[in-house]
Design a protein around this ligand. Structure first.
Ligand code: ATP
Length: 413
């Protein structure tokens, strides 16, 4: 199946928004074994939309367009689609009823302008939108199927998954099977990850391995294509097993798992609790851990201890230690971790102190110097890091490094 994407909207061409819709759909198609071969972006002009559809029809069996289905004058996707199909716009009773119903359920009167959202190309088949006023629609032009979905990302995503994806999966089923697995690595650079995978995974016809950095992790994507889904799954699973050996404990998560979801699972499994004392990360580790629903099972408390006074008065770091060694030091990180653990009564605690920059570095402790301490009943481990990059990157990688220390400790427990 040849798939094409059409992104519609002036905002996209002006660089005001990033096209996350196309990225979302392309990755879903890729996972389903139907790669996108073309992707166009056009502004809100009927002639441009019609022209883009005509272009894409030369190379595609399926076109998925997003955007421009709203009630305002600049939303003209339906008009462009009608032009491309050579049909008139007509008021679609089903779309009108759905839009009316959307307002009714909210107890808000429908604005007359919303009736425009039911003006669709003759012959359009409605794709209901439970989360918004704009129905999507499907149109056949020649042998190709065209799907028009709203631009709002969550509306688009649920409609895409309910209507477009099953059709593509059905069309590819039995012809070829493609299965992709993602392994997530921390602590190895991209080339080192490749080296580790190359030395452990045997080459196979139909197996492709790609590497990409999603800072600060490296993602190893193994994609197997075979005559059918079962063979492709078997191939990718075998290759993953080999890659796991090569990547060893640098492999922290797979698929949809993240560093924090893995840490959360380990904390739960080990009936352990965690507390934090954060200086240079300003609460980012706490945010990441509490982003997950149910985090109160293991997350007890976090202290954002930024000033020297707070380190002393709140978590009991000796004043003299800060005066002698500086707030950014291994000994202070150690006392921060031990202090917050005592305060919270948690099984484990993490503390970070560092220089995120851009100012504040010295020859001895340049920007990017970070100390992470991890305490539990058996003692306290401290690590020193020298990270590079912007303040944002240093804070992000510090969170990762701290959570990775916790992950490794939990794996050993
Ligand atoms: P609405 O009914 O809200 O008007 P619509 O189908 O007309 O929906 P647009 O008006 O084109 O969609 O876009 C609505 C919002 O959705 C935009 O302001 C933008 O924030 C977001 N959006 C549109 N297209 C994309 C895209 N390709 N990627 C990410 N976000 C998008």
């Amino acid at each position: 199946v040849r798939v094409a994407l059409l992104s519609i909207g002036d905002e996209l061409l002006f660089g005001e928004i990033v096209d996350t819709n196309a990225a979302f759909m392309a990755s879903r198609f890729y996972d389903a074994g139907a790669s996108v071969s073309r992707h166009l972006t056009v502004g809100d002009a009927p002639a441009d939309i019609a022209g883009a559809i005509a272009d894409l029809l030369l190379h595609s069996d399926i076109i998925v367009a997003t955007g421009g289905l709203g009630p305002t004058e600049d939303d003209c996707t339906a008009e462009g689609a009608a032009l491309a199909a050579g049909v008139f716009l007509e008021s679609n009773p089903q779309a009108l009823a759905l839009t009316r119903d959307f307002f009714l359920r909210r107890g808000v009167p429908m604005h007359p302008a919303n009736a425009k959202q039911a003006e669709l190309p003759a012959g359009a088949e409605i794709i209901p939108n439970p989360n918004g006023t704009a129905s999507g629609f499907k149109l056949k032009i020649g042998g190709a199927s065209l799907y028009f979905l709203p631009g709002v990302p969550d509306e688009m995503a649920s409609m895409f998954s309910a209507t477009v994806l099953p059709v593509v999966l059905a069309a590819t089923f039995g012809v070829t099977g493609t299965v992709t697995r993602v392994l997530k690595v921390f602590g190895l650079s991209e080339p080192k990850s490749e080296e580790a995978v190359r030395s452990s995974v045997s080459a196979r016809a139909g197996l492709r391995i790609a590497y990409c950095v999603n800072f600060p992790e490296v993602q190893v994507k193994l994609r197997a294509t075979a005559a059918d889904f079962t063979s492709a799954t078997a191939m990718v699973e075998e290759a993953c097993a080999e890659a796991r050996t090569g990547l060893a404990d640098h492999l922290f998560a797979e698929g949809a798992d993240t560093m924090e979801s893995v840490v959360a699972r380990l904390l739960r499994e080990r009936h352990a609790t965690i507390s934090l004392a954060e200086s240079c990360t300003g609460g980012l580790i706490a945010k990441r851990l509490t982003d997950l629903p149910g985090s109160s099972d293991y997350f007890l408390e976090s202290v954002v201890s930024y000033s020297n006074e707070s380190k002393t008065s709140l978590i009991g770091v000796p004043e003299g230690l800060i005066a002698d060694l500086g707030a950014v030091s291994g000994a202070v990180a150690e006392k921060m971790a031990e202090g917050v653990r005592r305060l919270a009564g948690s099984t484990l605690s993490l503390a970070v102190t560092g220089i995120a920059g851009p100012a504040g570095g010295t020859n001895e402790k340049p920007v990017g110097t970070v100390f992470v301490a991890l305490a539990d009943g058996d003692g306290t481990e401290v690590k020193e890091f020298r990270f590079a990059g912007s303040r944002d990157r240093i804070r992000t990688i510090t969170c990762f490094a701290a959570l990775d220390m916790l992950r490794r400790r939990l794996l050993r427990r």
